[in-house]
Design a protein around this ligand. Structure first.
Ligand code: CMP
Length: 147
């Protein structure tokens, strides 16, 4: 049984037509995609999803970016899935990722510290919260899968 995490393709990834390539990387690396949802976030959604960053100077821009188009949220599953997905996407700053992690997903499709094309939960607690955010109680099994 694997560990589930929340992977999200952000609006720049969607509009850059990177969706298929990102999913290919996910599958080639042994993850199962167990749920997916394409959705347009509104300001209230993005504010809630990123509430831990609400005091940061980049927060208003982050909310504007995350509501600029649809996102594709996916629950993906693999042994050590949370850290494996974080490793695959690479550093937050896509510009730095291009130098230090040239094969990472953010190096492939991101363009800056903000416009980094994908998201990954950074802990088991975050994964549970973020899966619940997009998929609701029907994903309560995510907790069971991680246990
Ligand atoms: P993510 O990993 O989804 O989590 C928080 C997001 O905030 C991050 O990706 C970026 O999109 C954005 N972010 C983080 N750091 C910065 C920064 N220094 N400047 C602008 N945006 C940032």
């Amino acid at each position: 049984k694997g560990e589930r995490t929340l992977a999200m393709i952000k609006p720049d990834g969607i509009y850059g037509n990177f969706t298929d390539r990102i999913k290919q990387v996910i599958l080639e690396n042994g993850f199962f995609i167990v749920q997916e949802l394409m959705v347009q976030l509104v300001v209230e959604n993005a504010t809630l999803f990123y509430s831990e960053h609400s005091a940061k100077s980049f927060f208003p821009n982050l909310v504007e970016y995350m509501t600029s188009g649809p996102v594709l949220a996916m629950v993906i599953e693999k042994t050590n899935g949370i850290s494996e997905w974080r490793a695959l996407i690479g550093p937050t700053d896509a510009g730095k990722a291009r130098v230090s992690h040239p094969h990472s997903i953010r190096a492939m499709c991101g363009s800056s510290a903000q416009r980094n094309c994908v998201h990954g939960s950074d802990s088991a607690l975050a994964a549970a919260r973020e899966i619940l955010f997009f998929f609701g109680d029907i994903s309560a099994g995510a907790g069971a899968a991680a246990a």
